[in-house]
Design a protein. Sequence first.
Lengths: 258, 220, 420
Amino acid sequence: MELENKRESKVISKNIDVFYGDKQALFGIDLEIYKNEVTALIGPSGCGKSTFLRCINRMNDVIDICKITGEIEIDNFNIYKPDVDVVRLREKVGMVFQKPNPFPKSIYDNIAYGPSIHGIAKDKNEMDHIVETSLQKAALWNEVKDRLHEPGTGLSGGQQQRLCIARAISINPEIILMDEPCSALDPIATAKIEELIDSLKRSFTIVIVTHSMSQAARVSQRTGFFHLGKLIEMGETEKIFKNPNNTMTQDYITGRFG
Amino acid sequence: MSDEHIVKSYDEELQHLNDSLVQMGSLTEKLLYDSMNAITTVDKDAVSKIVESDAKINKFRSSIDQHIMTILVKRSPVAIDLRYAISTLKISQDLERIGDLAKGNAKKILPLPDDLPPEMLKRIESLGEMVQKQLKSTLDCFIEKSVQKSLDTIKSDEQVNDLATASIKEVLEFLSKDKKNLDFATNLLFVCKNLERAGDHLSRICQNVHYLIEGDYPQK
Amino acid sequence: MNKELRRKKRYQAEKRFQLYGIIAISLALFFVGLLVFKVFSDGTSAFSRTMIKLDVTFDANKLGITNVNDKDEVDNADYYTLIYEEFIKSYPFSNREEEKQIIKLLSPDYEFEAKNYFLKNKDQLNKTVTLLLTASDDFDQLHKGNFPRDIPEDRRRLSNYQLKIYDQFLKDGKVEKIFNNYLFSKGDSRDPELAGFGGAILGSLFTILICLLISFPIALAAAVYLEEFAPKNKLTDLIEININNLAAVPSIVFGLLGLGILLNVFELPRSTPLVGGIALSLMTLPRIIIPARASLKAVPPSIREGALAMGASKVQTVFHHVVPLAMPGTLSGTIIGLAQALGETAPLLLIGMVAFVVELPGSPMDPSASLPVQVYLWSESAERGFVEKTSATIMMLLGFLIVMNSLAVYARQKFEKKWN
């Protein structure tokens, strides 16, 4: 592709192994994620794609029995160095989950939480500004501007998910991880999120795990196929969906095994 | 198709598509044979039968179109399945065109002039046979999904072209000798040209088979 | 046909099961109803007090008051003689014995009742007013119809002579029932008509307050640590088992602990809500920790993940999101634990909160009774007046429990945040 030489690496995974207790969940994952692109990770359930996603912001640290070896470099800096501050890392790498999980607080407070714990806003005015721009970037502002102080849990599923995206971008991260963000949404809400992802990639690097292959084909520039904890194939999304190199990839995306 | 789909009816739909195309192919084969036969034996009665089977081929094509649309809507095929749907769509188009060309040839039947050099007719007959052979191997390479065969078939299209050029030259010579054969010779020219074009359609089919299997067209 | 039969049987089994359920509930309701009926039928009369009207002239000479504004003089005036002399006049008597019987119809507190009235109405000096004086327990019970009159005189608490006086008073319209404010404002007394559970209520409130202040923060901290921070290993398993065991330890054991350690080792004051509250908080701790942990566990992990992914630290995640969400459940658990503590008697008996206390406690450091202990104390007394007071105290205790349990339900419903 003609873009090829303009591409800049954002995340590089080097030989990542993940163990849950005795069970190995990921086997030597090597991959590269480019800046300001959407990278989709697909694969059957339990293939390790979500596990890998959670390695990028070290959410797996929460699980006691989870052990990770290898390196993940973000901007050439290994985030698995022993002295890395996880809080700083997660400020840089935001995450949106499968089920919309707004805090049971007002819409405003949902957005304001991140900036307030990281001390990003100096005063109330600045906070108002952050809340507004975050909601605008998440294409939610027009729908909620008149009810910022109503509970975020009162929104519809799709709006809740966009609220979660607005929350994630409120602290201005560089990377946004999305773990099946549309699996609980109807097609219209899904379309809105996909449109949003498309516009967000100008400012952020996005990694999305999805079960919907058509979604991966629609939103991503590059796609990685995981199977049984291994990265089977990683490449341009168009190539993967038109003519993948690996038969296993082809069998999976054409619905021949699952 | 290497493995079966999880959804059996998807497999059945693709199989049905495959079967339709093969049937359409064998109909075209028959049509081409009949039309060549009718020309060389000046069998005017065969024309109505030929027109009928061409209509049948056209019907096949539109039903294949519909079928592919259904698959696109229902299955959103990707990768090999997507290429399969797209290629069959194109292949059915080319087959239909071949049918039209063969029908056009058959419609041009005129009694053979007395001074017709027998080797000229022989040559045109063999041109027709060559195109029929090409059609057969094209259908084989679709059925077998064979890259090598499709490449071979594309290559042997050159021979069709050469033979067609030679035939046309011969017909023109025949025409220049005696102007009273103008009608017959012109028709014969069309027959040669149509056979050559049928050969071109066949090599396009082979290219599509190549695309279906490999994901790209053969290098020129 | 077989199928038809089986279906019929199935429906019958369903109906039968429902019937069992209805029977069980009716039985339970019947027993509760019986208890409530018994308590109410015994206890409602305790909320009224029989008074006897007496016309009294606050004669300055008799009282020995020269200057109404002299506080000392008014305080030390002889109200006793004034009322005594006035009251025995209200029925003719022929000997000393009869005179005694007359005055015994009044509660011994008449002196103070007259004094209190006069202190509030000093302008009534030398004027005649109608005072309402508390009747004695026997008179009170007779008026409330709790004493039968048709049994032999020697088995009655009131003599024939006294009955005659009662009838005369009734005829003259001198007997009146008023709302028994003493019940709420007074502490214990040997005389049932003067006894109240005011002291017991205050003692219970102090005890519960101490119990809340000690057990809630400790239990919350323990629950949060165990649920959110503690590593899962053998030690924490052991602690968990022991907490559950602690909840099952008989309360009297905590009383012994209070006696042995708080009173004997730390020498805290006996019979006080402070010690009672501490002993009860030991009992309440596991009863708060368990529901608190359950409500922490019920907070969906997605909320924790959401906060962590925003870059919140573990402590921020727990205190900004998890604990507030677990609060309704924790609070209702706390209130129910406190309600149990409120009804607890055994530990209080052991640390000496069973004393006879007339004074109302002013602070948790003062000796005091508590509601359940008051029930225990009065139920041992022979006087008919204490029987109705026992039931009244039970009603009070039940009232408190109902209020607290409703509060628990309210807390759960009002503050519970829907996360989906």
